[in-house]
Write a protein that binds this ligand. Structure first.
Ligand code: SF4
Ligand code: F3S
Length: 106
């Protein structure tokens, strides 16, 4: 499956959700995750993310391996999102920032 990683935290542009043919994106307060049990590896979402937060599970950036488990766990409790919405007003300020994991709201 594909995995949403750290760059999405507090950016949450949601461009990714509309292309998913199996509606496997789930929405939290400031982050999105992919349900690994539903993702069919179609690859369509990966180029949609303006901050390149989406990777195949086997290609997650070094140091971000924990996001594989984070996607799997949070997808169980968060609602599905299929329609794009406005990003947070300060999304641009958070693009490319590192160490955002402590800011992930659950
Ligand atoms: Fe959805 Fe395809 Fe992305 Fe998987 S790879 S989350 S099926 S758009
Ligand atoms: Fe996040 Fe990128 Fe989607 S910022 S919400 S993974 S378009």
């Amino acid at each position: 499956p594909f995995v949403v990683t750290e760059n999405c935290i507090k950016c949450k542009y949601t461009d990714c959700v509309e292309v998913c043919p199996v509606d496997c994106f789930h929405e939290g307060p400031n982050f999105l995750v992919i349900d690994p049990d539903e993702c069919i590896d179609c690859t369509l979402c990966e180029p949609e993310c303006p901050v390149n937060a989406i990777y195949p599970e086997d290609d997650v950036p070094a140091g971000q391996e924990q996001f594989v488990q984070i996607n799997a766990e949070l997808a169980k409790g968060w609602p599905v999102i299929t329609v794009r919405k406005d990003p947070p007003p300060d999304a641009k300020d958070w693009e490319g920032k590192t160490d955002k994991l402590p800011l992930l709201e659950k």
